[in-house]
Design a protein around this ligand. Structure first.
Ligand code: SF4
Length: 407
């Protein structure tokens, strides 16, 4: 076997005018007597043969020629952003049982959507999914659009999701590029760039992959499955891979170097104060509806100040509790609560207080009975605060007694 190294092999070169030639190193492999097919030409066939034997079965998945229910595909794709398949499956099943159709979801109150989402995190996705359903019902006669451009204009639909929905639900000739697929194809074509760089280079190469099959829905899902089972970030199982005869990174022993790792910038750290006030008279706790906060918006939570990296604790407390005179036994809890959002890390000190005399509060605050606390869609950060404060509220409908560990 003769191996020629080069930057771009001629067959593709004309199609891609602006490749960063200094950095994109693609090798062309040929046998002694004749050129092999260009990379990509055999990918669909080999991958789909493997997929027919090894496909993962999920409640939202169908197999060609059957197509998955577009509503199920949208819900699963939204849930799978930032979350693993194993975590998503029970949530998906509960969600679909509660909102059986897109119309059911569109008609639901936001709070009940959040309640079904509780524990999955990233509640913005739930808000987007709800708006998506309402817009499709109101503007698209209840039919999820089949073209990528229209889908992309809807809430929660990014470049990946809109393509993936088109491919999986409508068998359109496109491939959504998520992290797994970028890694598989970056290695297959031997593109020595970061994930972001690979994603920019791939689209013109995909035509050779896509148009050798009619099973576009299966192709998308087969790439997903290969990326999560064999072509993993560390130690890919190349010996067992159906693409190993033509995967250029494997043929050059470079699979571990792709995608090129980028040095992550450290994320900022913010601090704040959370406030757990228990009302002994009402057997309730003070919660805030976070309508005016940019994060965890429109969710219930323990009152917190605006998180920052600068304010002093005294300033934060005075912002947070304008009516300290009504509070008794204000204590700083010995445990700080930490939580990592996508773009910053947060540490909250938690104050806990007991209110012996009942007083009315106005929106966005409300006294929430302790036996209702577990029914609310509290985000994970708020559940951490609840735990730090030792509040174990159980439904009174259960036989178990209400237990509140305070002071
Ligand atoms: S041969 Fe290895 S590197 Fe190439 S696609 Fe398969 S698992 Fe990934």
């Amino acid at each position: 076997m003769t191996v020629f190294g080069g930057y771009i092999f001629a067959k593709r070169c004309n199609r891609v005018a602006n490749w960063p030639k200094r950095r994109v190193k693609i090798f062309h492999v040929r046998t002694n007597d004749s050129m092999t097919n260009a990379p990509g030409d055999n990918l669909s066939e080999n991958l789909l043969k493997w997929y027919d034997l090894n496909k993962r079965r999920f409640p939202w998945r169908s197999f060609y020629p059957a197509l998955s229910d577009p509503y199920h595909v949208v819900v699963s794709e939204m849930m799978l952003q930032q979350t693993t398949v194993t975590t998503v499956i029970p949530y998906f099943l509960r969600f679909i049982e509660r909102f059986q159709t897109l119309e059911d979801l569109a008609k639901a109150k936001q709070e009940s959507v959040y309640a079904q989402w509780q524990g999955l995190g990233y509640y913005r996705r739930a808000r987007f999914l709800h708006s998506f359903a309402q817009i499709v019902m109101n503007k698209h006669q209840g039919q999820i659009p089949q073209d990528e451009h229209t889908l992309r204009s809807l809430p929660g639909m990014g470049p990946y999701t809109s393509k993936a929905v088109c491919a999986i639900a409508f068998n359109k000739p496109t491939i959504g590029l998520d992290g797994n697929i970028i890694r598989v194809l970056g290695r297959y074509f031997h593109i020595e760039l970061s994930g972001q760089g690979i994603a920019k280079i791939l689209p013109p190469l995909l035509s050779s992959v896509i148009f050798t099959t009619k099973r576009f829905c299966d192709l998308q899902q087969a790439l997903m499955d290969l990326g999560s089972s064999l072509c993993t970030p560390r130690s890919p199982s190349c010996e067992a891979c159906p693409l190993n005869k033509e995967c250029l990174a494997f043929l050059h022993g470079a699979q571990a170097d792709i995608p090129v790792k980028t040095i992550k910038k450290p994320i900022p750290h913010k601090y704040g104060v959370a406030f757990v006030m228990l009302n002994k008279v009402k057997d309730s706790v003070l919660l805030e509806f976070r309508e005016n906060h940019s994060l965890l918006q429109n969710l219930w939570g323990f009152p917190t100040n605006a998180w920052s990296s600068e304010q002093s604790q005294e300033q934060m407390m005075s912002d947070l509790v304008p009516s300290l005179t009504r509070i008794e036994d204000l204590k700083l809890l010995p445990i700080a609560v930490t939580h990592t959002f996508t773009h910053f890390k947060l540490t909250l000190t938690v104050y806990q207080a007991l209110c012996l005399h009942s007083f009315a509060v106005e929106a966005p605050y409300s006294w929430v009975p302790l036996d209702q606390l577990n029914k609310l869609a509290l985000p994970t950060l708020m559940r951490k605060i609840q735990k730090a404060a030792g509040i174990h509220a159980r439904d009174r409908s259960c036989d178990a007694p209400l237990r509140v560990d305070i002071f």
